[in-house]
Design a protein around this ligand. Structure first.
Ligand code: PGA
Length: 241
């Protein structure tokens, strides 16, 4: 069951998503937050940093696990998700570096997947934040990914590479592969918070909520999740039934 909350615009979406996170962090300071990259969560992250600065909300006992990482980019590349998360969130909070996990690139990809699955098996995620790709992906789980998948290496779809090309000098520099938490692991989170903004997400949002549950739309797996909240602005909600 997906609970849909429609708001006016990006700023309202960010504020509403922040309310959800703040409630969890306040009630449970040692919570586990599943985090996401992309343009959509940036406003939420700005709210979290501002609240930490102004109200002292502490993340010193929290733990974070991220969804995914590019393969073939050094960790300190500005567009690695490691860099993205430190730039947009972690540098503004009091979370210890040792409490932060992201999937990682490495020589042995299978070993890296296994390592991340071990991390995910050892935690219970209180809330998993998700964006949605214009093709319905969650994390880097592209259409066709089995719903019971664990951490795996993916070949990125052309549409995903094109969507992300805006962050790179040219499409040729966008990595072709990534490592991502699987859909089966995402589904184990106690709560899922999916944020979507803009008309280019309208088809994916409608397919996720109203479409058949199908591996062609990875986000539609969430129809079976017991506690998913979708916070969506009017443009991204425009094709919902
Ligand atoms: P975006 O990416 O927030 O940059 O639109 C979302 C996603 O691909 O999951």
């Amino acid at each position: 069951m997906i609970k849909v909350v429609t708001v006016k615009d990006y700023d309202e979406m960010s504020a509403k998503a922040f309310e959800v996170i703040k409630e969890i962090v306040t009630a449970k300071p040692d919570c586990v937050l599943g985090l996401a990259t992309g343009s959509t969560p940036i406003g939420l992250y700005q709210n979290m940093v501002r609240d930490h600065e102004e109200n002292g909300t502490s993340y010193s006992n929290a733990r974070t696990v991220n969804l995914d990482e590019y393969l073939g980019l050094p960790k300190d590349h500005p567009e690695s998700y490691y860099s993205f998360m430190h730039r947009n969130l972690f540098s503004g909070l009091d979370i210890p570096e040792t409490s932060i996990s992201l999937p990682e690139d490495g020589e042995d990809k299978a070993a890296q997947c296994e390592k991340y699955d071990k991390i995910m098996d050892a935690v219970e995620v209180d809330v998993q934040l998700l964006g949605i790709g214009s093709n319905g992906h969650i994390g880097f789980n592209e259409p066709g990914t089995p719903f019971d998948s664990k951490t795996h290496v993916v070949d990125l779809n052309d549409s995903t590479r094109q969507d992300n090309a805006r962050f790179f000098d040219s499409i040729d520099e966008v990595p072709t592969q990534a490592i991502t938490m699987g859909i089966g692991t995402i589904m184990k989170a106690k709560k899922v918070l999916l944020v979507a903004s803009g008309a280019n997400k309208a088809d994916a949002v409608a397919a996720m909520v109203n479409g058949p549950k199908s591996e062609n739309t990875p986000a539609s797996a969430l129809q079976s999740h017991p506690d998913t909240i979708l916070i969506v602005d009017e443009a991204a909600a425009s094709k919902l039934a």
